[in-house]
Write a protein that binds this ligand. Sequence first.
Ligand code: GLU
Length: 263
Amino acid sequence: MTSPASAAEALKSARRVVVKIGSSLVVEADSRGPALGWMASLAEDIASLRTGGRQVILVSSGAVALGRGRLGLEKNARLDEKQAAAAVGQSLLMQAWEQALTPRGMTPAQVLLTRDDTERRRRWLNARATIEALLKLSAVPIVNENDTVATEEIRYGDNDRLAARAAQLARADLLILLSDVDGLYTDDPRRNPSARHLPVVDTLTPEVLAMAGGANTEADVGTGGMATKLEAARIARSAGCATLIVSGLTTRPLAAVAAGARA
Ligand code: GLU
């Protein structure tokens, strides 16, 4: 979505990539359990990026949704119930990533952050040093917000923003937001069939930001939406990191980008 000119080119020239995965991709709507087949296909993509010399950090949502599924809680659960769901779901999430990554020779590493970790200098430097060490050891950091302890006032609130902060922290040069849309449109393409896709946006002007509308209140799982994605792109951009908004509705979504799919 930001320069360089095409998504495939951005992926090709990147050295350190943060891939953010939304809850709706990691959690199956029917079973409310992890989407193991899709996660395995993404693991193939990650392995091939690494073989091509790129370092990959994942930011994975899904803890709250998986925990709600296991505990039989509905979407309108109370805050303390959501935090309890995150405690249950985070371990299910890591088990699923373990299952996806380990057979492909990769070692997952859980990194749970709260907002303070990216806002206080000493904690920022500590978190950065740990991520550097994990990458040096060839592990795959899998970042999420520490939802069990982060209350409203101290939360990032959504994983798009968390992913942008993680990209800044890790000095990544590319942030890929995998979700159920394939890029930025002049309007919501689900409601307006004449909405146009914008392949490259160099400057996040007020007009561009207005196209995003509000947060995604329709989603059953997750909290993002186009507005939070543009905010993430703005944060990443200020750290010299480009952003791609990529559809994860297919298997091997990153191979599709490398082959020229829309982003
Ligand atoms: N951190 C939350 C989770 O793992 C998700 C927040 C978001 O979807 O943006 O469930």
